[in-house]
Design a protein around this ligand. Structure first.
Ligand code: ADP
Length: 488
C-alpha cells in the first residue's frame, strides 16, 4: 500500500514514483511548511538504491518512448497540460503550503505557466523542429535530433513545479525518459505531477520521481553511467559537486545557478515605473535567482528614487501567503532566515546603513524577514558580491554610463540585469556591455519560452528555453550521404 497524506485537503503521495509504481524507503524525512512550521508530510528518504532503480526504470522505458512518433509524444504532453489545468487550484495550494510562495501568484501565473511549459514543447516538437537537408557536390547532409537517453533533472525549492517542468517538458518532448529529483524542502508537487503523468497515459518508467536529501540521493544519480543528461537548477556549490560527479562519464550538464544581478536606473527613466519594478525584486520574499538585488541609481535621482522606494515598500503587506492580500510571505526555513540575518548584520558591522527593514518581522513571528534596503555599502563587500536569496536589496549610485556598467559587471555572476532608461540608444549601448544571460529593458520577468534563459560566469552553463532546451536533450546527428552511389 502506498502512503499518502492530505495537504490542504489534497491527497498527496509520499513515496517515490519509479517504473510506474509507488515505492517506499526504509526511512523518511520531514517536510515542514514555512507557513506555520508544521510537519505536513513524511516523505520517502531515497538513497543510492532508489536512485539506481529509477535510472534503470527510465533506461528500460527509453527505447519505446524515443521511438514514438512525435505527434503521439506531443499529444501525451498536451494531456498532461490539460490535467495540470484541471488541478490548477490543488497544485497551487499545495505548492503554497509547501514552499510559502504566494497562492495568488501560483493561481494567476505560476501554475498556468506549468501547463504552458508542456504545451509549448509539445507544439515545438511538432511544428518548429525542422530537419534540414543541404547538399555539397553530390553529398547530402541530413540533420536529425536523436533523443539522448535518460535525463536526470534536479530542481530547487523556490519555484518547484514551475522550474521542474521547464526541464521535464522539453526532455520528454525530445524523447528522453526522466528521473526528477525535487528539492527536499518542497517535494509535494513533483509527486502530484507523477500522478498526472500516469493519468495522462505516460508509459511506466518514462517519468520517475526520486525523493530524498540531495547529498544522499544526488551523487548516485549524477554518477550513473546510464544517465545521458543532467539538468540542475540550484546553488553554485552543488553545481560544482554535480560537475565533478558527472565528469567520470563525461555526462553533459546544464546548470542554472545563482545571481547577484544589477538593476540600473538612469535619470532619464520613467522613475515611477523604475521604482515599482525595483520593489518587485522582493517577490517570493526575495527567493528568486533572477532578482536584481543590487540597485544602481544615477546620482541626480538618488533622493527621489529612495523616497519613492521607501513609500512603496512600506505599503507592502507581509503575512500568510494563502491570503489574497499578502505581498510577501515567509522564508523557506529558519536556517535560511538566519543566513539572511547574518548577511545584514555583517554588512552593518562593516558600516552599511539599513534604510528600511533589517530584521525579522516580530509582529508576525514565524519565518518573516522584513523587506530591507541597505545603503552606504563598502565596495567589494560581501553583501554586494554574494547571493543573499532573501528580501534584501542594496542601493548604490553612479555618475555615468561607464561607472554603471563597471559596477553592474563587478561580481562573479552573470544571470540577469534590469535597465531603466528613456533613451533607446543608451539601452542598446549599455545592454551590449552587460555580462548577463537576460537583460530586461524597462521591464522585468517577461519570459517568452522561445527565448534563451540562463547565466554566464558562475550563474550557469548552457541555456534553457525553446531550441536551447531541445538541443540539450538530443544528440544532434548529421548523416552525410553520397547520393551518386545509389544504385536504385
Ligand atoms: P539551494 O538552491 O537551496 O542552495 P541546493 O543547490 O543545495 O540548494 O539544492 C538544489 C537541489 O540540488 C535540491 O534538489 C537538492 O536536493 C539537490 N542537491 C543537493 N546536493 C546535491 C548533490 N550533492 N548532488 C545532487 N543533487 C544535490
Amino acid at each position: 500500500m502506498s502512503r499518502t497524506t492530505k495537504v490542504a485537503d489534497v491527497t498527496v503521495a509520499l513515496d517515490h514514483w519509479i517504473g510506474g509504481e509507488r515505492v517506499g524507503s526504509a526511512s523518511t524525512f520531514d517536510d515542514v511548511s514555512p507557513v506555520d512550521g508544521r510537519v505536513i508530510a513524511r516523505i520517502a528518504r531515497g538513497g543510492p538504491g532508489e536512485a539506481d532503480a529509477a535510472v534503470a526504470a527510465a533506461r528500460a522505458a527509453f527505447p519505446e518512448w524515443a521511438a514514438k512518433p512525435p505527434a503521439e509524444r506531443a499529444a501525451l504532453l498536451h494531456r498532461v497540460a490539460d490535467l495540470v489545468e484541471q488541478r490548477l487550484e490543488q497544485l497551487a495550494i499545495v505548492e503554497t503550503v509547501d514552499n510559502g510562495a504566494l497562492l495568488r501568484s501560483h493561481l494567476r501565473s505560476v501554475m498556468p505557466r506549468v501547463a504552458h511549459n508542456f504545451r509549448f514543447f509539445a507544439d515545438y516538437l511538432v511544428n518548429d523542429l525542422h530537419h534540414p537537408n543541404f547538399e555539397t557536390r553530390g553529398h547530402r547532409n541530413h540533420v536529425s535530433w536523436d533523443p539522448s537517453g535518460v535525463a536526470v533533472l534536479i530542481t530547487p525549492w523556490n519555484a518547484p513545479l514551475m522550474l521542474a517542468t521547464w526541464k521535464v517538458a522539453p526532455a520528454l518532448a525530445a524523447g528522453c525518459s526522466v528521473v526528477l529529483k525535487p528539492a527536499e524542502w518542497s517535494p509535494l508537487t513533483a509527486s502530484m505531477l507523477a500522478d498526472i503523468t500516469a493519468e495522462a497515459g505516460m508509459p511506466a518508467g518514462v517519468f520517475n520521481v526520486v525523493q530524498g536529501l540531495g547529498e544522499e540521493v544526488g551523487p548516485a544519480l549524477t554518477s550513473n553511467p546510464d544517465v545521458a543528461r543532467i539538468s540542475f537548477t540550484g546553488s553554485v556549490q552543488t553545481a560544482r559537486l554535480i560537475a565533478a560527479s558527472a565528469a567520470a562519464n563525461l555526462t553533459p550538464c546544464s546548470f542554472e545557478l545563482g545571481g547577484k544581478s544589477p538593476f540600473i536606473a538612469f535619470a532619464d527613466a520613467d522613475l515611477d515605473a523604475a521604482v515599482a519594478n525595483a520593489v518587485e525584486q522582493y517577490d517570493n520574499a526575495g527567493q528568486v535567482c533572477l532578482a536584481t538585488t543590487r540597485l544602481l541609481v544615477e546620482e541626480s535621482v538618488h533622493d527621489e528614487f529612495v523616497a519613492r522606494f521607501v513609500d512603496r515598500t512600506n505599503a507592502l503587506r507581509q503575512g500568510d501567503p494563502r491570503h489574497a492580500a499578502t505581498d510577501i510571505g515567509p522564508q523557506i526555513t529558519d536556517e535560511h532566515l538566519r543566513r539572511i540575518e547574518g548577511f545584514v548584520q555583517r554588512a552593518t558591522v562593516d558600516g552599511a546603513k539599513v534604510v528600511i527593514g533589517g530584521g525579522r518581522n516580530s509582529e508576525l513571528g514565524g519565518l518573516f524577514y522584513r523587506p530591507t534596503l541597505i545603503t552606504d555599502v563598502a565596495p567589494g563587500s560581501e553583501i554586494l558580491t554574494e547571493e543573499v536569496f532573501g528580501p534584501v536589496l542594496t542601493l548604490q549610485t553612479f555618475a555615468d554610463e561607464d561607472e554603471a556598467v563597471a559596477m553592474a559587471n563587478g561580481t562573479d555572476f552573470g544571470l540577469a540585469a534590469v535597465l531603466f532608461t528613456g533613451d533607446p540608444q543608451r539601452a542598446r549601448r549599455v545592454s551590449a556591455q552587460l555580462v548577463a544571460g537576460t537583460v530586461w529593458v524597462n521591464c522585468f520577468f517577461v519570459r517568452d519560452l522561445r527565448a534563451p534563459f540562463g547565466g554566464s560566469r558562475h550563474s550557469g552553463v548552457g541555456r534553457e528555453g525553446g531550441t536551447w532546451s531541445f538541443d540539450f536533450y538530443c544528440d544532434v546527428k548529421n548523416t552525410c550521404t553520397n547520393v551518386d552511389r545509389w544504385t536504385r
